[in-house]
Write a protein that binds this ligand. Structure first.
Ligand SMILES: NC(=O)c1ccc[n+]([C@@H]2O[C@H](COP(=O)([O-])OP(=O)(O)OC[C@H]3O[C@@H](n4cnc5c(N)ncnc54)[C@H](OP(=O)(O)O)[C@@H]3O)[C@@H](O)[C@H]2O)c1
Length: 269
C-alpha cells in the first residue's frame, strides 16, 4: 500500500475555505487566550484563525516556516491585534520554557493550550535510525509532555477552569508498519491526555482530537483511492472537520480525558 505524504502546501488555509465564515467577535483585554504550537500553516493555522474569529486572543509557535508564520500572524492580527508568534523547537525543553516566558510577556491568562506541533515521515522498521526516532518521539511525545507541563503550571495559578487539547492521530489505534515511531508517539500523546486530565481535574479539562486522514495533496491521489475504501464516510477530512471538533472541546464543561476521533469512521474498519 502506498502511504501518504501529508506534507501538502502550508498555503491555502483561510477562513473562507474553512467554510466557517461567521459574524466576527471583537476581542477585548479580558477575552480568552489560546496558545497553540505549530500553527504556521495547515491544521494549526485553521484552528488559530477560527478561534481569533470568535473573539479569542491567540499566540502560536512555529519552528522553521517563518514566512508562512508571518502570513498567519498578519491574518490573525486582522482579527485579534495582540496576536503573537514565537519561534520554538518543542523537541527542546529549554525552547519550550523560553516560549512560555515570552507568552507571559504578552498574555496574562491561558484559557486553552492546543498541543498541535508534530513531526511525520515514514520509517520502515529495518531502516529506523536513532536520529529518526529522536526526531519523531522528541517532537511528538516529549515536546507535547513538556508543553503540557508548562501550560499546567500556568493554568493551576489561575482562578478559573481552563482546557488543553492535544492533537493525536487515529493511527494510535491502528497498526501502520511503516510509521512505528510516529504512531507510538501518538499512543503516548493519548496516554498523556488521560494522565493530565486525571491529575489536574477539576481545574483543567484535557482532551485529545485524533484526526483520521486530513489534507491530502495532489501527490497522494493514488493513496486517496485506497484510503477512501477504508473510510465509511467516503471522503478524507478537511481542516474545518478538525476545527469543529476543537471548538466543541473548547466550550464543553463536562468532558475530560476523552479521545475524540475525527476520522469519517476510519476506526470501524
Ligand atoms: N494532516 C493530517 O492528515 C493529520 C492526520 C492525523 C493527525 N494529524 C495531527 O494533526 C496535527 C496537525 O497536523 P498538520 O498536518 O497540520 O501538521 P504538520 O503540518 O505536519 O505539522 C505542524 C507543524 O508542526 C511544527 N513542528 C514540527 N516539528 C516541530 C518541532 N520540533 N518543534 C516545533 N514545531 C514543530 C511545524 O512547524 P514549522 O513548519 O514552522 O517547522 C509544522 O508546521 C499534528 O499533530 C498531526 O500529527 C494530522
Amino acid at each position: 500500500m502506498k502511504l501518504p505524504n501529508l506534507k501538502s502546501s502550508l498555503k491555502g488555509v483561510s477562513l473562507k475555505n474553512l467554510g466557517l465564515k461567521r459574524k466576527r467577535v471583537e476581542p477585548s483585554e479580558t477575552s480568552p487566550v489560546c496558545f497553540i504550537t505549530g500553527a504556521s500553516g495547515r491544521l494549526g493555522k485553521a484552528m488559530a484563525l477560527a478561534l481569533a474569529e470568535r473573539g479569542w486572543r491567540v499566540c502560536f509557535t512555529y519552528r522553521s516556516s517563518r514566512q508562512e508564520a508571518l502570513e498567519t500572524l498578519s491574518e490573525l492580527k486582522a482579527l485579534a491585534p495582540d496576536a503573537k508568534m514565537i519561534r520554538c523547537d518543542i523537541s527542546k525543553v529549554s525552547s519550550i520554557k523560553r516560549a512560555f516566558l515570552l507568552f507571559r510577556t504578552r498574555f496574562e491568562r491561558l484559557d486553552l493550550m492546543i498541543c498541535n506541533a508534530s513531526n511525520f515521515f515514514p520509517t520502515p522498521l529495518p531502516e529506523v535510525s536513532e536520529k529518526d526516532w529522536d526526531s519523531l518521539v522528541d517532537t511528538n511525545l516529549k515536546g507535547t509532555f513538556f508543553t503540557m507541563q508548562e501550560a499546567a503550571k500556568l493554568m493551576m495559578e489561575q482562578n478559573f477552569v481552563s482546557r488543553m487539547i492535544t492533537i493525536s492521530d487515529v493511527s494510535a489505534e491502528l497498526v501502520w508498519r511503516r510509521y512505528a515511531p510516529y504512531t507510538a508517539s501518538k499512543v503516548g500523546v493519548q496516554h498523556l491526555t488521560k494522565v493530565f486530565a486525571k491529575t489536574f481535574a477539576p481545574k483543567i479539562l484535557v482532551n485529545s482530537i485524533a484526526p483520521g486522514t486530513v489534507l491530502l495533496n495532489e501527490a497522494d491521489k493514488e493513496f486517496e483511492k485506497d484510503i477512501l475504501s477504508k473510510i465509511p464516510l467516503r471522503r478524507v477530512g478537511t481542516p474545518s472537520d478538525i476545527v469543529k471538533a476543537m471548538l466543541f472541546l473548547a466550550e464543553n464543561d463536562y468532558i475530560t480525558g476523552h479521545i475524540l476521533s475525527v476520522d469519517g469512521g476510519r476506526l470501524l474498519y
